[in-house]
Design a protein around this ligand. Structure first.
Ligand code: NAD
Length: 352
């Protein structure tokens, strides 16, 4: 069995589905079901005994100890985080709480669990920490893409909290020998992404005929990776990554935000024409995000060379799949926007 934290979020739920599509090894899924966690993402696993869901917080040490003792997972994949930069600017507290304190608590529980395992199981155990390219800061237009050994220069409360968690993971390996792996991935997109992030926000607003807010001049650059490619990379790193190493994961797809928005508009116009005219008319430039990093780019040659992983999707194929998914799931969009899901969570589990 593997333990996944944050497995009801965007990437975590895609990972759980992807894992169980490739393996019969069960998944123990711990998620606090914050606004970003959504069990509807995992509805197809409702009757699948290979998926065990636990509603809880990674800061709850007693819960972690109970789960680890009962299920004895051979690996922990740590996705749980507060993940939205804008939210981190407005209220950084929860980012420190989950990303830093939460990762610390999980590392301590993992260390106790790992050190109590019989030698053969201890040898195989892995703690895979899912991190972001944002810890490396912002690149100039002519700078080479981020490499694994680059200095950390986080600029937002989100990236600073993720950088802190990376350092804790590194230290738990160096000091205690915990067998860790860390990945730094670029911007993901695909099914089940909460419509606060750029691509789903643009899709949802464009379909509703609402303004498409673009920060500043729209020329900030990000690398984009289709989420199933990220999931495949994580499976690869877990299986063959060298202990204590970090791996960059990226799609070699640098795009400005404006290019992304224009592409979404053009494809939606093609797939579902709008009688009012091309949706690009909805683009509205808004005041820039505070401290907005100008450019992220990922050099993914290490994982390609050492582990043989390569993205299966190009941006052109991945974005079409993404748009088709959102067009086919209007109910999912309504549900995450309506607050009815939050009401259901508090009925099921009590408020959190
Ligand atoms: P998300 O916000 O969609 O999901 C986070 C999940 O963690 C949610 O299900 C939430 O309920 C859960 N969670 C939050 N706090 C928790 C806590 N205290 N205890 C237990 N569960 C908790 O995030 P995502 O976009 O799926 O990102 C997942 C991971 O991947 C994060 O660590 C993020 O930093 C990293 N990452 C994301 C991207 C991206 O483009 N989205 C890129 C690179 C790395």
């Amino acid at each position: 069995m593997i333990l996944v934290t944050g497995g009801a979020g965007f990437i975590g739920s895609n990972f759980v589905l992807d894992w169980l599509a490739h393996s019969d090894e069960p998944v123990l899924n711990l998620d606090a079901l914050s606004y970003a966690g959504n069990l509807a993402n995992l509805r197809s696993l409702q009757a699948d005994a290979r998926h065990v869901f636990v509603h809880g917080d990674i800061r709850d040490r007693a819960l972690l100890d109970r789960m680890l003792a009962q299920h004895r997972p051979r690996a922990i994949l740590h996705f749980a985080a507060e993940s939205h930069v804008d939210r981190s600017i407005h209220s950084p507290d929860s980012f420190l709480g989950t990303n830093v304190q939460g990762t610390f608590t999980l590392l301590e529980a993992a260390r106790d669990h790992w050190s109590g395992l019989p030698a053969a199981e201890r040898e195989c155990f892995r703690f895979l920490h899912v991190s972001t390219d944002e810890v490396f800061g912002s690149l100039g237009p002519a700078d080479p893409p981020f490499r694994e050994g680059d200095a950390y220069e986080p600029n937002s409360p989100y990236s600073a909290s993720k950088a802190a968690s990376d350092h804790l993971v590194r230290a738990w390996h160096h000091t205690y020998g915990l067998p860790v792996l860390t990945t730094h991935c670029s911007n993901n997109y695909g099914p089940f992404q909460f419509p606060e992030k750029l691509i789903p926000l643009m899709i949802v607003n464009a379909l509703a005929g609402k303004p498409l807010p673009v920060y500043g001049d729209g020329l900030n650059v990000r690398d984009w990776l289709y989420v199933s490619d990220h999931c495949a990379a994580l499976r690869t790193v877990l299986a063959r990554g060298r202990m204590g190493e970090s791996y960059n994961i990226g799609g070699w797809n640098e795009k400005t935000n404006l290019e992304i928005v224009r592409t979404v508009c053009a494809l939606l116009d093609e797939m579902r024409p709008d009688a009012a005219g091309p949706r690009e008319r909805l683009v509205t430039f808004v005041a820039d995000r505070r401290g907005h990093d100008r450019r992220y780019a990922i050099d993914a040659r290490k994982i390609e060379r050492e582990l043989g992983w390569r993205p299966a999707e190009t941006f052109e194929t991945g974005i079409r799949k993404t748009l088709r998914w959102y067009l086919a799931h209007p109910h999912w969009i309504t549900q995450v926007q309506s607050g009815a899901y939050r009401d259901w969570v508090s009925t099921q589990y009590g408020a959190n």
